[in-house]
Ligand binder design. Structure first.
Ligand SMILES: NC(=O)c1ccc[n+]([C@@H]2O[C@H](COP(=O)([O-])OP(=O)(O)OC[C@H]3O[C@@H](n4cnc5c(N)ncnc54)[C@H](OP(=O)(O)O)[C@@H]3O)[C@@H](O)[C@H]2O)c1
Length: 255
C-alpha cells in the first residue's frame, strides 16, 4: 500500500496514539482525531489530567483511552505499543508530541548541566525513536501508517537559552527524514510539523511574559494538523510542515 493510505482511509476507526495527550496540543489533537472517528490513546505521566482528557473525549461521544507513562523511560515504548494495540487494535497513527523544555527559566548552554541535556534528548528524541521502533514495524507489515513528530522553530533557529531543547528537536527532524527514507516503499509515512507558538503550559513556562492573545489556540492548530494528515493530496513522507494562520505549509520533501 502506498503513502496514500492514511489519506484514503482518513481517520475513521483508525487506532491513533498521541503522546503528551493530557493538555495543550496533544489534548487538542486527541479531540480532533476522536471527532473524526479515530480510536484514540493518549499518553502522559500524570494520571489525573490524563483521565480528565479521556473523559472529555468520551463525553463528546468519541473513543479514548489513557496510558500513564513517561516516554523518556527506557522501558516505556513497548509497553505503550502493546497496551495501545490491545485497547484500539492496530495503531495506524503515532503522534510523538510529548516534550520537555528542561529546567526553566531556560539556561545558556554554559549553565546547562549535561544531565539536563540528556533528559531533553531522552524525552524529545530517544523516546520518539523507541516508540517508532516499537510501532513502525507492524505498520510496515500492514503496509500502512503515519508517524508524526512534533518539532519546533527552535530546531531550525539557534535561539539563546533554547540549546538543549532545540538540539533535541533538530535531531528529531533529522531522524524524521531518515526514517522516511528508510521506510520508503513500505506504506509508512514519517512526517514532522512545527506547530508554531501556542497558548499552552509549555509556552507559559518558557516565556511567562508573553501575551497569550498573541499565541495560537492549540485547538485551531490541531485542526490544521489533522486536516493536513488526512488531505487526499497531503504530505509526502519526509515532509516537515509548518503551521501558519490558515493551515500547514509544507514544502515538498527532499530525499
Ligand atoms: N507551545 C508552543 O508554543 C510550542 C511551540 C513549538 C513547538 N511545540 C511543541 O508542541 C508539542 C506540544 O507542546 P505543548 O505546548 O502542548 O506542551 P504542554 O502543554 O506542556 O503539554 C505537554 C504534554 O506532554 C506530556 N508530557 C511531558 N513530558 C512527558 C513525558 N516525559 N512522557 C509523557 N508525556 C509527557 C504532559 O503531561 P505530563 O506532564 O503529565 O506528562 C502534557 O500532556 C511539544 O512537542 C512542543 O515541543 C510547542
Amino acid at each position: 500500500m502506498s503513502d496514500m493510505d492514511m489519506k484514503e482511509t482518513e481517520t475513521a476507526r483508525i487506532g491513533a496514539v498521541v503522546t503528551g495527550g493530557s493538555r495543550g496540543l496533544g489534548r487538542a489533537l486527541g479531540h480532533a482525531l476522536a471527532a473524526a472517528g479515530a480510536r484514540v490513546v493518549l499518553v502522559a505521566r500524570e494520571r489525573a489530567p490524563l483521565d480528565e482528557a479521556v473523559a472529555a473525549i468520551r463525553a463528546r461521544g468519541g473513543e479514548a483511552h489513557g496510558i500513564a507513562a513517561d516516554v523518556g523511560d527506557i522501558d516505556a515504548a513497548f509497553a505503550i505499543a502493546g497496551q495501545a494495540a490491545a485497547l484500539v487494535g492496530p495503531v495506524d497513527l503515532l503522534i510523538n508530541n510529548a516534550s520537555t523544555l528542561g529546567p526553566v527559566p531556560l539556561r545558556l548552554l554554559m549553565d546547562t548541566d549535561c544531565e539536563d541535556l540528556s533528559r531533553a534528548l531522552a524525552v524529545n528524541l530517544v523516546g520518539p525513536f523507541r516508540l517508532t521502533k516499537a510501532i513502525a514495524g507492524s505498520m510496515a507489515m500492514r503496509g500502512r501508517g503515519t508517524i508524526l513528530n512534533v518539532s519546533s522553530d527552535a530546531a531550525a533557529s539557534a535561539y539563546e537559552r533554547w540549546g538543549a531543547y532545540g538540539a533535541s528537536k533538530a535531531a528529531l527532524d533529522h531522524l524524521t527524514r531518515t526514517w522516511a527514507a528508510e521506510l520508503n516503499g513500505t506504506g509508512v509515512r514519517v512526517l514532522a510539523v512545527d506547530p508554531g507558538e501556542m497558548n499552552t503550559a509549555m509556552h507559559a513556562q518558557a516565556m511567562p511574559d508573553a501575551d497569550p492573545a498573541t499565541l495560537a489556540d492549540p485547538v485551531r492548530v490541531a485542526a490544521h494538523i489533522v486536516t493536513w494528515l488526512v488531505a487526499r493530496d497531503g504530505a509526502r513522507s519526509g515532509t516537515r510542515g509548518v503551521v501558519r494562520g490558515r493551515g500547514v505549509e509544507a514544502p515538498e520533501a527532499s530525499s
